[in-house]
Design a protein around this ligand. Structure first.
Ligand code: PSU
Ligand code: MN
Length: 305
């Protein structure tokens, strides 16, 4: 293991798995604190961990608790995070601050990638990455997740970028930064709650084995940076793009009216979508993260073969 053990605390299971070279999948915690309401957030966090175990890998949920970076959380810690009281939403910019001042914070995709790399974990599952917000030409709101994918060597499994974003611009930034964006078993870029976005996935692979071979090739070439696997939500839980489009417009208008800015934008839009869809967006979000966790575990296993 190549980490600084004074910097982070590993759960016993994760530490043993890493020492043994067993497959491990990193999980973020912002989806728990800022992406879903209680108690579905903690129930989902547990179910996602179980989905990874069922595929023969070890889950490592990552968060900062009272200034300590934890790789692998126990049930009590998950429960504490899920209540969300005073929990920061951490990205690259405030990660060190939370650690140096003893704060508690959940890790976004960007911060989880940083932590996973330090811990020696190469595969990470999330729901949907952050990206370029609609109207970014005036708001300048572009998620730090994209910059992180450009520079940090972790494979991220998601269901696409969140459909509240400008997906075309998000793809352009990823392309500029040399991030491989791979459709898993699809030629179409998935759009989080929907399987279709109207945009093509730049690359396509159909099996975990092919994804592992691609990762090995990047290593051989000495290519630095993340890889994005976009995995469409199962048909059984999809919300058709046309059906969410008007809700997304409404949620964006509401965010504008309330002058929501910065870190608060994505959590506000997700909770507004939950209200507007009468809970359907949450059911879909749960289904897609479970689906991503399963694929990430398969990839982690294939990488060890
Ligand atoms: N996936 C979900 N729900 C979420 C997120 C991902 O299904 O809440 C979180 C991730 O932590 C991601 C963050 O990094 O949303 C994006 O926030 P922002 O747009 O402020 O960068
Ligand atoms: Mn933002």
């Amino acid at each position: 293991m190549s980490f600084d053990s004074t910097l982070m605390t590993f759960s016993a299971t994760v530490e043993n798995a890493l020492k043994a070279g067993a497959p491990v999948v990193a999980l973020e915690s912002t989806i728990i604190t800022h992406g879903m309401p209680y108690p579905q957030n903690v129930e989902t966090a547990r179910a996602v961990e179980q989905a990874i175990r069922d595929q023969g890998a070890v889950p490592a949920t990552i968060a900062v608790m009272n200034g300590t970076l934890h790789i692998g959380l126990d049930d009590e810690q998950l429960e504490a995070l899920a209540h969300r009281d005073g929990v920061m939403k951490l990205s690259r910019a405030d990660f060190a601050y939370a650690l140096s001042t003893g704060k508690t914070g959940s890790t976004t995709v960007a911060a989880t990638m940083i932590a996973a790399r330090l811990a020696g974990i190469g595969v990470f599952a999330t729901g949907g990455i952050g990206g370029v917000h609609r109207g970014a030409e005036s708001s300048f709101d572009i998620s730090a997740d994209l910059e992180e994918l450009a520079q940090t060597d972790v494979l991220v499994v998601c269901a696409g970028a969140k459909a509240i974003l400008d997906l075309q611009k998000t793809l352009e930034v990823l392309e500029t930064n040399g991030v491989p964006v791979i459709g898993f078993g699809t030629d179409e870029l998935p759009a989080f709650w929907s399987r279709e976005s109207g945009l093509s996935a730049p690359l396509r692979l159909d099996t975990a084995k092919e994804i592992a071979a691609h990762a090995r090739m990047r290593t051989k070439l000495g290519l630095i940076g993340g890889t994005l696997i976009t995995n469409p939500v199962p048909v059984s839980h999809e919300i058709i793009a046309d059906q969410v489009a008007t809700f997304i417009e409404q949620a964006l208008d509401d965010a504008d009216d309330k002058n929501i800015k910065g870190k608060d934008v994505t959590p506000f839009l997700l909770s507004r979508m939950l209200e507007l869809t009468g809970g359907k967006s949450l059911e879909t979000n749960i289904a897609l993260i479970l689906n991503n966790a399963k694929l990430a575990a398969d990839i982690a296993v294939a990488m060890g073969d």
